[in-house]
Every structure is written in structure tokens, then in C-alpha cells.
Design a protein around this ligand. Structure first.
Ligand code: CTP
Ligand code: MG
Length: 180
């Protein structure tokens, strides 16, 4: 597969993992997952991780994956090799992304960072690690068929770039209070 094909597969396969964080920004709010609980005087996760944002993000990512399945045969005429999403992968990609993000908030609070503080590196990769991690465990067959080594390499390069870019746009549109 040429580099354009690899890029297309990487982007297509990761779209259901890219959308949930942004969807969570839009629908988030209400009771936080940690219920306000603290550990050693600091919030377990913080007010930035809510049930509504998490559920909305998973639904948005899974709906997107199933939506991509419906246009798969049409798009495949132009770009070969794009995967169809199994139902499990359609759920683990967004759910894992948000789990990674929640894990990052847990680490941020343990290291004394307030809600919204940046943690360079972790901010850009938490959701990739969560998404790929949950998917390789729960949908290993689909994972290894889709994420060949070149595709994985491209995912690790384009994801931080896209993440920084979309967050900057969300910040400029006043959807997010920080540009990261
Ligand atoms: N959000 C949510 N539930 C999630 C993830 C995000 O409700 N599981 C919403 C929250 O409104 C959050 C916003 O999306 O404030 C931005 O997400 P993020 O940058 O991950 O949270 P922060 O507020 O920056 O908090 P943290 O420092 O814990 O990352
Ligand atoms: Mg943040």
C-alpha cells in the first residue's frame, strides 16, 4: 500500500477515536464521574470528566463508525483497503479514547495539576493509547487486520498534529477554555 493509502486507512480507522473528545466538550456538563471525591486532598478526576460528556462521546464515536460503514462501499471505489468497523471496534475506539483521557486527568490530579492544566505529551497521546489499547484487547482480530505497522506509525505521527490543530480551533471558537 502506498503512503496515501496508509494515511487514508490511519485517518479513517481513527476517526471514531478522534471525535469523542470533541463531542464531550460539546455535550459535557452535570455530575462529574468522581462525584466530587478527593484523594490526598485533590480531586480524583475533577469537574472536567462528566458522565454526560463520556456517554455523549462514546455515542458520537460509535455512531460515526457505523456511519462510515454505510459509506464504506462507495468510498472503497476511490480508496482501497479501508476497514469496516465491527460493532465491538465501533465501541472500543471511542470508549478507549475517553478512558485514556480520564486516566490522564487522574494522573494530572495526582501530579498537582488543576483542571485544564496542560500536560504536554500526555494530552496528545492519552486517547490514542486508550483507544488502541482497549481495541487490541477486546477486538484483536480487527485490530491487527487494520493497524499494520505502517498504519500504526502514521497514527502516532498524525494524531498529535490533528489534536493540537482541532483544540486550537475549538479554543478560537470559544468551545474550550484552553488551547490544549
Ligand atoms: N468533558 C466531559 N467528560 C469527559 C471529557 C470531557 O464532560 N469524559 C468535557 C468537560 O466539559 C471538559 C471539556 O469536555 O471541561 C474539555 O475536556 P478536557 O480538556 O479533557 O477536560 P479539562 O476540563 O481540561 O480537565 P482535565 O484537566 O481533567 O483534562
Ligand atoms: Mg483540557
Amino acid at each position: 500500500m502506498d503512503i496515501v493509502g496508509v494515511l487514508a486507512v490511519a485517518f479513517w480507522a481513527m476517526l471514531p477515536a478522534y471525535v469523542p473528545n470533541n463531542a464531550a466538550v460539546l455535550v459535557g456538563g452535570g455530575p462529574p464521574i468522581d462525584g466530587g471525591r478527593t484523594w490526598n486532598g485533590r480531586r480524583l478526576l475533577g469537574d472536567g470528566k462528566t458522565w454526560l460528556g463520556t456517554a455523549g462521546g462514546i455515542v458520537a464515536g460509535a455512531a460515526l463508525a457505523l456511519g462510515l460503514n454505510t459509506i464504506h462501499s462507495t468510498v472503497s471505489d476511490a480508496v482501497a483497503g479501508l476497514p469496516e468497523f465491527t460493532l465491538v471496534a465501533a465501541i472500543t475506539l471511542p470508549a478507549g479514547a475517553l478512558l485514556g483521557d480520564i486516566g490522564a486527568s487522574f494522573l494530572k490530579r495526582r501530579t498537582g495539576r488543576e483542571r485544564g492544566a496542560a500536560f504536554p505529551g500526555l494530552d496528545q497521546l492519552d486517547f490514542v493509547v486508550g483507544s488502541l489499547g482497549l481495541t487490541v484487547v477486546l477486538a484483536p482480530g480487527w485490530f491487527f487486520e487494520t493497524f499494520t505497522l505502517p498504519v500504526l506509525a502514521v497514527v502516532l505521527v498524525i494524531t498529535p498534529v490533528l489534536h493540537v490543530g482541532t483544540n486550537l480551533v475549538a479554543y478560537m471558537l470559544s468551545l474550550k477554555s484552553e488551547p490544549w
